[in-house]
Design a protein around this ligand. Structure first.
Ligand code: APR
Length: 235
């Protein structure tokens, strides 16, 4: 349970050169999201799906965390118990910025998961294709450790637990299309900050105590200042 929750989406990684989902007219790297990110896509077009994530994974190798990731990593490492870093992103920018214990709600691109026993392998930026066909533990098929649409997202339970005593809620770089962050704003949350490039049709900006329409790297210093001030007053 964390006093401060920082929940991010694709927008926080945009300045690291990682494409968002809904700015590109619904295409993710020239693929329709439903073709490569919908339950059943591994059965209907396994090769296309695995090749798609192999390319995304390989691209990650040269991507660097931006200033927003670095500031959040520093805050998390300074306030380990009071701050929870939760993201919808599958990239490893927070990890590259040195951030511990990031909760990835929709999976983690560097990992493969056994379809049978659930065994997880971190293959860094390698291709899965032939080298990682089967699970070393039970020899069943491996798949990208990504939560597809219409699949269960087990980490959501962990996220809900973090909100048990949250009083400061930060939302950075998410349209709210999948997780409508408005729903977390209960009376116990004294401060809520929404940072996106522009208003989103999915979110009601008026319910947040502060809204910042700017790049995450330009908003993060103000957000970090507010978080530290809040935590110091908490003591
Ligand atoms: N700084 C801050 N915000 C930004 C930036 C930036 N540099 N660039 C874009 N944004 C904002 C946009 O204004 C938009 O509100 O980031 C948001 C990106 O929204 P989406 O593309 O919908 O991404 P996201 O909200 O993370 O999608 C949620 O949908 O496709 C699924 O599983 C996938 O996790 C993903 C989920």
């Amino acid at each position: 349970m964390a006093k401060v929750i920082i929940l991010s989406g694709a927008g926080i990684s945009a300045e690291s050169g990682i494409s968002t989902f809904r700015d590109g007219g619904g295409l993710w790297e020239k693929h329709k999201i439903e073709d490569v990110c919908y339950a059943g896509c591994l059965e209907t077009n396994r090769k296309l799906t695995i090749d798609f994530y192999d390319s995304r994974r390989e691209e990650l190798k040269d991507k660097e965390p931006n200033y927003a990731h670095k500031v959040i990593a520093k805050l998390k490492n300074k306030y380990k118990e009071q701050i929870a870093v939760i993201t919808q992103n599958i990239d490893d920018m927070f990890e590259k910025a040195g951030c511990d214990k990031v909760l990835h709600l929709h999976g983690f691109l560097r990992e493969l998961k056994c379809e049978k026993c659930g065994n997880i392998l971190d293959i860094a930026y390698e291709k899965q294709d032939t080298k990682y066909e089967t699970c070393p533990k039970c020899q069943n098929k491996l798949r990208p450790n990504i939560v597809f649409f219409a699949e269960i997202a087990p980490k959501y339970e962990d996220m809900y637990k973090e909100f048990d005593d949250c009083e400061f809620f930060v939302v950075i770089g998410t349209s709210g299309a999948v997780i409508n962050t408005d729903m977390f704003l209960n009376p116990d949350i004294k401060v809520s900050i929404l940072n996106n490039l522009e208003p989103s049709g999915y979110l009601m900006e008026e319910v947040y105590t502060k809204v910042l329409h700017k790049k995450a790297s330009e908003a993060i210093d103000e957000i970090a200042f507010d978080i530290e001030k809040f935590l110091k007053e908490e003591k």
